[in-house]
Ligand binder design. Structure first.
Ligand SMILES: C[S@@+](CC[C@H](N)C(=O)[O-])C[C@H]1O[C@@H](n2cnc3c(N)ncnc32)[C@H](O)[C@@H]1O
Length: 272
């Protein structure tokens, strides 16, 4: 696989997934529709509730941030993103919006009972340093919750056209913006190494039903990363089109990438 070279194509939101491109907010919302209920159930189970100050890193369109306020009744959510146009669209009481780059050396917006980042670190080559940074933002007794994608299909051989398209997507994103999901299963180990305790993890794989949010998310994602996918030489336009049609058909019988969620708690008396 090509080594990550983000300087070649820019970072997330530059070469691929540009927020100013029409429909990018809708693409993020399809992912949110597929995963928000799972995320919210986990955050509730970890104790999120009244009084909690929360940080949502790479908050996207802010669906989790708003549900924490509207449904769970947390005290506040600081929603951070490198581009906050979607977050600013709908002001919500208790929602603070900060335009910032989480990779900046001076990123340090405070201490929080909940620090959450979903589908963000996988796109950032500095993920290991960032886990340490985010763990440092958790108040004693609070939790860090990280969710990212796990690739369950693209290493399988012989591959179906669907598996080949998935492989082209991961490989193309890696060589253009540095996305790398190969280390995501190491999250529990990395959170423990960052000084967190009671670390655990779970995986959710949304069913690829025709017309479902996750099917539409992948179709949109492939359209937006098509140039990077073709650049791998693994697929051509016709194959990508064929697999997009397959996703929308009753004949679809494939496994989506999953979401691995890992959490860990900051000890009450922490030296960090
Ligand atoms: C795939 S979206 C996920 C959005 C949201 N967390 C969700 O799960 O619905 C990734 C988000 O991370 C943001 N992002 C990417 N790199 C970032 C960085 N270096 N600093 C802050 N935000 C970043 C993007 O702008 C985008 O909104």
């Amino acid at each position: 696989m090509t080594a990550a070279d983000p300087s070649a194509g820019g970072r997330y939101g530059e070469a691929v997934f540009r927020p100013e491109q029409a429909g990018e907010g809708e693409r993020i919302d399809f992912g949110a529709l597929a995963y928000d209920d799972i995320t919210m159930a986990r955050l509730r189970a970890l104790g999120a509730g009244p009084g909690w100050r929360c940080l949502d890193v790479g908050a996207g369109t802010g669906t989790v941030s708003r549900r924490l306020l509207d449904e769970v009744g947390v005290a506040s959510v600081l929603a951070v993103d490198r581009d906050v146009r979607f977050l600013r669209r709908r002001p919500t009481p208790g929602l603070q919006v900060l335009e910032a780059d989480v990779t900046a050396p001076d990123f340090g917006p405070g201490r929080f009972e909940l620090v959450h980042a979903r589908f963000v670190l996988m796109h950032l080559p500095e993920h290991e340093r960032l886990i340490t940074t985010l763990a440092g933002l958790v108040a004693p007794g609070g939790v860090l919750v990280l969710s990212d994608a796990v690739d369950l299909t693209s290493e399988r051989a012989p591959g179906s056209p669907y598996a080949t398209v998935m492989r082209a997507m991961w490989q193309g994103l890696r060589s253009t913006i540095g996305t790398d999901v190969s280390w995501v299963p190491s999250y529990p180990h990395l959170l423990r190494g960052a000084g967190l305790v009671s670390v655990a993890a779970e995986i959710h794989v949304p069913p690829l039903l025709p017309g479902s949010p996750i099917s539409r998310f992948w179709a949109d994602t492939w359209e937006r990363s098509r140039a990077a996918m073709l650049g791998t030489g693994l697929v051509d336009d016709a194959t990508v089109d064929e697999v997009i049609r397959y996703l929308g058909s009753d004949g679809c019988a494939a496994l989506s990438a999953g979401m691995l969620t890992t959490w860990g708690r900051k000890p009450e008396e922490s030296p960090r």
